[in-house]
Design a protein around this ligand. Structure first.
Ligand code: FES
Length: 574
């Protein structure tokens, strides 16, 4: 075992080492200066403000037990909790702030490794981004999906079924009484959304990256196996410190390719594409937005889970979870890549046959060519993303006139207007909702079907935006258009009636307006004035990258070893 980083704080007999040992003795921990033991940080993002992360409160002590059993010293510390539902304008605004917090905790304290306790959508990628930049041995423990609600004898998936019910309520299919009863049944317990939303997709991708123990990603929050897995993570991180297994040794191009293939195969959240690009931007990996589209070709979407399919995460876990997915699609994954257990995916998936209906056979998938299409063209020169597995195939080749909403507030105000000039062929455009504009690129991209059309039975339309959408959402929503309108991207120039052409097979998204007219509009365009003059939102707006780079801050990315260099603190008297 190489010398422990924490020994620089705790070993020795000078006044500085004594000061440090006294600091932990005050908390009841007596360190033997002659015996160095790994100090493991347990970064806990549990919070009453975030019900998705609440189960982490109990899991923290279980992880600590595992650390102690393996001979390590657990140190639990709290980090900010990013709750998707309650944080406004979006938890995404704070993902990068969490990453900074985690990185700086790891830089400044005497830690040899870290277990990241996170669950809700942005908590997991934010914590990973920070730990990857610090490059200390790292494991992620998630909390699992919440129990399943039932309404009128039918299982209700988080998010997806709410959006469907809302459309039905607005169009009169669901009465006020039914709507109220539906609300009452939705609060069914703590844990993450139980559809293939961002949290579950991100947990699956984290396991595929090699940052969470195999089989752990989809264990439900109320399953005792969740605690057993957390204890195993506590034991494993001590061994990882002994063997000096750092993220930089795990997160190579293979790991990212496996993660992207897995994201396609489960019909995962579009948000995770942003997170993978952001994590890759903290490493030497070469992943690009175009790779995300390319790697999906020929990948069967076999997870029959909402919103692309029928079942919920509980059934996906019963079918064998990620190891069974890898076994089913062995030809699509790079099986020599390491898992967090230290074994390869070949070894971890060898006996993991899928055993339930939520993982389909590769011969009978939901879709055969991946779950996402990356689009480029005159309307999205920096790229855009469509979740094809949850969209309507009949709209994949579409030409229609634009109806433009320049803000979320305008869209909400007008969408139910019976006089709104729309037909089913109209392309709804929401601009001014990108990473810089709001800021944080909220999940506003599933623009509701205008009430008049919904009442006529229209259930999907082409929608285009520089915003994101929830992983639980669905529909032919072209998202993450880059560059966004707020920085002068072409989306800012679209006017009502402009023809927009979507061709998914060709991978294109175009605005069919003459160059001279666009030049005239550009000359008249003025950038929006931000109300944020101070604090985090102002810093974020100044430095956030566009969606094709994952919306990280420019000064946090680092693709060369020099840019990624972790500068340790000077250890002396404070
Ligand atoms: Fe937290 Fe879905 S809102 S996981």
């Amino acid at each position: 075992m190489s010398p422990l980083r924490s020994s620089e704080w705790f070993q020795g007999d000078d006044e500085v080492a004594v000061l440090h040992r006294v600091a932990v003795r005050a908390a009841g921990l007596v360190l033997d200066p002659s015996e160095a033991r790994p100090v493991i940080g347990i970064a806990n993002s549990a919070s009453d403000l975030n019900p998705c992360n609440l189960p982490l409160t109990a899991l923290a002590s279980v992880v600590a037990d595992g650390v102690r059993a393996a001979g390590g010293i657990p140190m639990v510390f709290g980090v900010m909790s990013l709750g998707e539902d309650l944080m406004k304008p979006s938890a995404m605004l704070y993902r990068n702030l969490l990453s900074i917090e985690v990185e700086e905790y790891l830089r400044s304290y005497p830690l040899d490794g870290v277990v990241l306790l996170a669950n809700c959508d942005k908590s997991v990628p934010g914590a990973i981004m920070g730990a990857v930049s610090a490059d200390l041995p790292t494991l992620v423990v998630t909390a699992g999906a919440r129990p399943v609600a039932e309404f009128k004898g039918r299982r209700v998936g988080t998010g997806t079924d709410l959006w469907r019910a809302w459309d039905d309520h607005r169009s009169g299919v669901i009465s006020d009484e039914e709507w109220n009863a539906f609300e009452a049944c939705l609060a069914c317990g703590v844990g993450s959304c139980n559809t293939m939303g961002t949290a579950s997709s991100m947990a699956i991708v984290t396991e595929l990256l090699g940052l969470a123990l195999p089989g752990s990603a989809t264990i439900p929050a109320d399953d005792p196996a969740r605690a057993a897995s957390a204890r195993a993570a506590g034991e494993r991180i001590v061994a990882m410190v002994s063997d000096d297994v750092r993220p930089s040794a795990i997160l190579d191009d293979r790991a990212f390719r496996n993660a992207v293939v897995g994201l396609h195969a489960v019909g995962g959240s579009t948000n995770v594409v942003l997170h993978l690009l952001a994590i890759a931007g903290r490493t030497g990996a070469s992943l690009t937005l175009d790779d995300v589209g390319r790697l999906g070709r020929g990948v069967p979407v076999v997870a029959d889970v909402e919103p692309s399919g029928t079942y919920l995460i509980q059934e996906f876990d019963e079918a064998g979870g990620v190891p069974a997915l890898v076994r089913e699609l062995a030809a699509c994954f790079e099986l020599d890549a390491p898992t967090a257990s230290g074994r390869t995916w070949q070894e971890e998936s060898a006996d993991a046959w899928s055993t339930g209906p939520a993982i389909l056979g590769r011969a009978v998938p939901l879709a055969s060519d991946g779950a996402f299409a990356v689009l480029r063209g005159s309307l999205a020169p920096g790229g855009a993303l469509l979740k094809t597995s949850a969209a309507s195939g009949e709209l994949f080749s579409h030409r229609g006139p634009a109806l433009v909403f320049r803000s979320y507030a305008e869209m909400r105000e007008r969408i139910d207007d019976p006089a709104l000039p729309v037909t089913a062929d109209t392309v709804l455009v929401l601009s001014g909702a990108g990473p810089v504009a709001v800021p944080g690129m909220p999940e506003w991209g599933q623009i509701p079907i205008p009430t008049r059309l919904a009442a006529e039975g229209v259930r999907d339309m082409v929608r285009i935006t520089d915003a994101r959408m929830s992983g639980t959402s669905y529909g032919t929503c072209v998202l993450h258009v880059a560059p966004e309108a707020g920085v002068g991207g072409p989306l800012a120039l679209v006017e009502d009636g402009d023809p927009i052409v979507l061709d998914v097979a060709a991978g294109t998204l175009d605005l069919d307006v003459a160059d001279a007219e666009l030049a005239r509009r550009r000359a008249a365009w003025t950038p929006p004035v931000s109300p944020h003059l101070r604090g985090w939102p102002a810093l974020y707006q100044k430095h956030v990258t566009q969606a094709d780079l994952g919306c990280d801050l420019d000064f946090l990315r680092g693709t060369t070893a020099q840019e990624r260099r972790f500068v340790p603190p000077v250890i002396g008297r404070s």
